[in-house]
Design a binder for this molecule. Structure first.
Ligand code: SIN
Length: 511
C-alpha cells in the first residue's frame, strides 16, 4: 500500500515511521522542511504517568475535567492507556528526556494536572528534541520525503481518497496513494496573535472540508495565557507557572485568584480570560513574575525562554516580564474515530489537524504531543484493516461550505466592509471570534468573512492559497461559534462587547 503522510510534526512522523515499519511504501510531504511545524516549538513536554501516587485514571480524570465534559471518554482512555508505550518509543528513538542524578525522569507540573507528570527535554526544548529524533529516524528509512510542497487538495473518487494535489515551486503536481494521513497542524494564523510558527494556516483541515469530510469543534481554539508581550509572539511555557511563577497586575497583586481558586494553575481558558480582562482594564500587559525561581534555576530549567527574554531586553531573574494570551491550539478539526479514520475512505487525520475527542472544549496542557504520538501510531496500525462500514460514534457537528459563488451579503450595515487582507482577517478573528465572544460580534464577523470569500479571485500563489484556506476555516469557525450559544471551555460568550487585548505587542521599557 502506498501511504502519503502530509505534515512532519510528531503525529505525522510517528504515523510515517509506523507505516513504514509495517511494510507500507510511505511518502512524507511537508510544506517546509522535515521536522518543521508546531511540534518543534513545544516547550512544556509530554504528559505521562509515573510513580505510585499517579495513575492513568487520574490523568484521564484531569483530561476530562479540563475538557469541560465535552471530551470523548473512549478517546481519553485510549490516550492514557497507549501513552506509556509511545513515550517509551520516543526514548527508544533517541529523545533524551531530562533526568535527575539517579537517572529518573524529571517531572514538571502544568495547570489543571493533579500530579507532576510532564516529561521534558532540554529543559524547555521538548518539541525540538522530539522533532529532531523523529526526523532523523525517518531519514534513516527509505521513506520518500517531499519538502517545500503545499497541499492544494485531496483527490477523492467514489467516496475514497486517491491521492493529493500539490504546489511545488509554483507548479501543480499530483501524487497517487492508497491512503492519505493528514497531519498538517492547526490554524493559529487565523488570529492576529499566535504561538504557531509561520505556515500553520489550516491547510489539511481546509482540504478535508472541500472534500466533504466531517469537521467538528472549530469554535474551540485554545488561547495560551502567557506569550511574551514584547516583540514577535514567543511562548513562555506554562511549566514556568508550574514551577511557582505568579501572574501580577500593575500593583503587584495576584489577580487570577479573583477568577479561580487555583490561581495561576487554573485551567488555561480561565487564566487566559483573566489576563485579557486585566490587561484591558489596566491598559498594559500583565506581568509574569518568575524572580523567586532565581537566575540559576531559570537558566537551567528554561534555557530557551531565558535566552529569548534576555535577547528582548528583560532579566527575568530580577524583574517580572509582560505577557499576553495568544491563539495556541485548535481542539477541533477533522472528525476521526479512535484510529484516526475520517469520514472519507482511506483518509486519516492525526495530531492537531484531527478532532479525536480527546480535548473536548479545552485541552489539558502537554496532552497534545502525547495525542500526536498515540493517534499517529494507531492510524498507521489501522491502514491495512478493512474500512468499517459503520461509524463507531456519531459526529458532533458538521459544517458544509457553500460554493463562494453562492454568496451574497445580507448584512445590514452603513459602511462597506474593510478590504480583505490576511492581516484584516486575523484582526477580525482576534477581536470578534477570540477570547470573549458576543452574538452580534460573531454574526458580524461571519458576514464579513462571507463577503471576503465571495470576493477573492482564483488563487495563484502559495500565499493566496493559504488565504483561501484561512477564509474557509474562519467562516467555519465563526459559524460554529455562533451556533454554540452557551459558554463552555475555550468558547466564552459575553452579553456586551469586551475589548480584546492589543495585538501589536508593545515593546516595553524593562520594568
Ligand atoms: C507550554 O509549554 O505551556 C505549552 C504546553 C502545551 O501547550 O501543552
Amino acid at each position: 500500500m502506498h501511504v502519503i503522510v502530509v505534515g512532519a510534526g510528531i503525529a505525522g512522523l510517528t504515523a510515517a515511521l509506523h507505516a513504514r515499519e509495517s511494510g507500507h511504501a510511505v511518502t512524507v510531504v511537508t510544506k517546509g522542511r522535515l521536522g518543521d511545524g508546531s511540534t518543534r516549538y513545544a516547550q512544556g513536554g509530554v504528559a505521562g504517568v509515573y510513580g505510585a501516587a499517579d495513575s492513568a485514571a487520574q490523568h484521564a480524570a484531569d483530561t476530562l475535567v479540563a475538557g469541560a465534559d465535552l471530551s470523548d471518554p473512549a478517546a481519553v482512555d485510549v490516550l492514557v492507556t497507549d501513552g506509556a508505550a509511545r513515550i517509551a518509543e520516543l526514548i527508544a528513538r533517541g529523545v533524551a528526556f531530562d533526568r535527575d542524578a539517579d537517572g529518573a525522569l524529571l517531572l514538571g507540573r502544568e495547570a489543571a494536572h493533579s500530579h507532576a507528570r510532564i516529561v521534558h527535554a532540554g529543559g524547555d526544548a521538548t518539541g525540538a528534541a522530539i522533532s529532531q529524533a523523529l526526523a532523523d529516524a525517518v531519514r534513516r528509512t527509505d521513506t520518500a520525503i517531499v519538502e517545500d510542497a503545499f497541499l492544494l487538495d485531496l483527490l477523492v473518487a467514489d467516496g475514497a481518497v486517491r491521492g493529493i494535489r500539490l504546489l511545488i515551486d509554483g507548479v501543480q503536481r499530483q501524487l497517487d496513494a492508497d491512503a492519505v494521513v493528514l497531519a498538517t497542524g492547526g490554524a493559529g494564523h487565523l488570529y492576529a496573535h499566535t504561538t504557531n510558527p509561520v505556515g500553520i494556516t489550516g491547510d489539511g483541515i481546509a482540504a478535508a472540508l472541500r472534500a466533504g469530510a466531517a469537521v467538528s469543534d472549530l469554535e474551540f481554539m485554545q488561547f495560551h495565557p502567557t506569550v511574551l508581550a514584547a516583540g514577535p509572539a514567543f511562548l513562555v511555557s506554562e511549566a514556568v507557572r508550574g514551577e511557582g511563577a505568579t501572574l501580577i497586575d500593575g500593583t503587584g497583586r495576584r489577580f487570577v485568584f479573583d477568577s479561580h481558586p487555583d490561581g495561576e494553575l487554573a485551567p488555561r481558558d480561565v487564566v487566559s480570560r483573566a489576563i485579557a480582562r486585566q490587561a484591558v482594564a489596566q491598559g498594559s500587559p500583565v506581568l509574569l513574575d518568575a524572580t523567586m525561581l532565581g537566575a540559576e534555576e531559570l537558566a537551567q530549567r528554561f534555557p530557551t525562554i531565558d535566552r529569548v527574554t534576555r535577547e528582548r531586553g528583560f532579566d527575568w531573574a530580577f524583574e517580572p516580564i509582560p505577557v499576553t494570551p495568544a491563539a495556541h491550539y485548535l481542539m477541533g478539526g477533522i472528525d476521526t474515530d479512535l484510529d484516526g479514520r475520517t469520514t472519507i475512505r482511506g483518509l486519516f487525520a492525526v495530531g492537531e489537524t484531527a478532532r479525536t475527542g480527546v480535548h473536548g472544549a479545552n485541552r489539558l496542557a502537554s496532552n497534545s504531543l502525547l495525542e500526536g504520538a498515540v493517534f499517529g501510531a494507531r492510524a498507521a496500525a489501522a491502514l491495512a484493516a478493512p474500512w468499517p462500514t459503520t461509524r463507531s460514534r456519531p459526529f458532533r457537528s458538521q459544517f458544509t461550505p457553500l460554493p463562494t459563488s453562492a454568496r451574497s451579503s445580507n448584512r445590514d450595515r452603513n459602511a462597506e466592509p474593510a478590504e480583505f487582507s490576511r492581516a484584516a482577517l486575523q484582526r477580525l478573528m482576534w477581536e470578534q471570534v477570540g477570547l470573549l465572544r458576543t452574538d452580534a460580534g460573531l454574526a458580524d464577523a461571519l458576514a464579513t468573512i462571507r463577503d471576503w470569500r465571495a470576493g477573492v479571485s482564483e488563487p495563484r500563489t502559495l500565499a493566496e492559497h493559504e488565504d483561501l484556506n484561512l477564509l474557509l476555516l474562519a467562516e467555519a469557525t465563526a459559524a460554529a461559534a455562533l451556533a454554540r450559544t452557551a459558554s463552555v471551555g475555550a468558547h466564552f460568550r459575553v452579553a456586551e462587547p469586551v475589548e480584546a487585548p492589543g495585538v501589536e505587542a508593545p515593546i516595553l521599557e524593562t520594568v
